[in-house]
Ligand binder design. Structure first.
Ligand code: PLP
Length: 371
């Protein structure tokens, strides 16, 4: 699904030099590489504060802790997402309230969010799924109307731009009270281990998040809050310092591959190419098609491709409320779009190193199934 090796080989001398510098400095935790990354990331995203941490799941947890969410508070999340988004909600004793998503963009919708609000609702977590922004302007307006916090789960959309009706564009992750992201190796901006970060424009929230990520420590050996130990290590920061300047090129390359796929698959009646959010750019963390004919046929296609040596993945086969760990939060029934997506979606290889030769093999393979 990804080709991290070719990408590494293209920047190998820079990566190896940066890692060597960390090894020679023996500053493995914190230090100049992490500070440089933080500053570069703040400039890239146009956000006041970036707080690096150990992974994207921690970033979500730290955000919810820094906002002071209390056990029993309800947090609205899409039912069609990766588990991490809801996992930390459960871990903190909060209540995930799962909502349906848009059939075309796979993202949470303002109408679904508003319908899910109760007197116990405290926060909304829009997930910018597969690489494009949820429709943030109306979501932010709803949050303001009801006095709710917004935590953007930007693990899959780093580098995407959302354009407000006034015409100004903001990077995803820089619009909510917090944005959270992951630098897992296969992410659009990935390191070579685990990594993550929070973003915020609020000085007090930034200070709270920084403190929580460091054992709730206000100064050395003085602990004002219960915190966690969540740090981005210096080797990962050094790698990210090399890769960040390439992020826009990587994302453009992904967009080019998506256009190639679109052109071929638009002619296959049983396939629906991914819809685009009109006011967001798309950075294609995943290229996800919908297929008609039910999940068995979709799974047959996956097996057919596998036999040709072409990977395909189902992101995601089960709604959050269908997962055993989350069933007790669910009042019953199903969400129609989420159900339909879990039975119809499949994702094809998507990364920065796809060329026409590889794309032709993949698309020929998919077309072969429909002949
Ligand atoms: C939407 C979403 N949220 C959160 C995460 C969690 O990130 P991490 O794996 O770095 O903890 C991921 C990563 O897989 C993700 O895709």
């Amino acid at each position: 699904m990804v080709d991290l090796k070719t990408q590494y080989q293209r920047i190998q001398s820079d990566i190896d030099r940066e890692i060597q510098e960390v090894l020679q400095s023996t500053m493995f935790i914190g230090g100049p590489k992490v500070n440089t990354f933080r500053e570069k990331m703040e400039a890239y995203l146009g956000v006041k504060h970036v707080i690096p941490c150990a992974n994207g799941t921690d970033a979500l947890q730290i955000a919810m802790m820094a906002l002071g969410l209390q056990p029993g508070d309800e947090v609205i999340v899409p039912a069609f997402t990766y588990v991490a988004t809801a996992e930390v909600i459960g871990l903190l004793g909060l209540v995930p309230v799962m909502t349906d998503v848009d059939q075309e963009t796979f993202n949470i919708t303002p109408a679904q969010v508003e319908a899910a609000i109760t007197p116990r609702t405290k926060a909304i977590v829009p997930v910018h799924l597969f690489g494009q922004s949820a429709d943030m302007e109306p979501i932010l307006a709803i949050a303001e109307k009801y006095g709710l916090f917004v935590i953007e789960d930007n693990a899959q959309a780093i580098g995407a731009d959302y354009t407000f009706s006034g015409g100004h564009s903001v990077k995803t992750g820089a619009m909510g009270h917090f944005g959270c992201t992951s630098f897992f190796p296969s992410k659009n901006l990935g390191c070579y281990g685990d990594g993550g970060a929070l973003m915020t424009n609020d000085d007090d929230l930034a200070a709270a998040a920084r403190m929580i990520a460091n054992h709730g420590q206000s100064r050395q050996y003085y602990h004002d809050k219960i915190g966690v130990n969540s740090r981005l290590d210096a080797i990962q920061a050094a790698i990210l310092n090399v890769k960040l300047p390439h992020l826009d090129t990587y994302n453009a390359s992904r967009r080019g591959a998506a256009m190639y796929y679109d052109n071929v698959f638009a002619n296959i009646p049983d396939l629906k190419i991914p819809g685009r959010q009109h006011n967001s750019t798309h950075v294609f963390h995943q290229y996800t098609l919908r297929m008609s004919g039910g999940s068995e046929r979709r799974d047959d296609l996956k097996t057919y491709l596998q036999e040709l040596g072409i990977p395909a993945m189902i992101y995601y086969p089960v709604p959050l409320y269908g997962q055993e760990a989350f069933a007790h939060y669910w009042p019953g029934g199903t969400l129609p779009v989420t159900e339909d997506l879990c039975h119809s979606v499949f994702s094809l290889p998507m990364h920065s190193e796809l060329n026409e030769e590889i794309l032709k093999v993949i698309t020929d393979g998919v077309c072969g199934f429909f002949k």
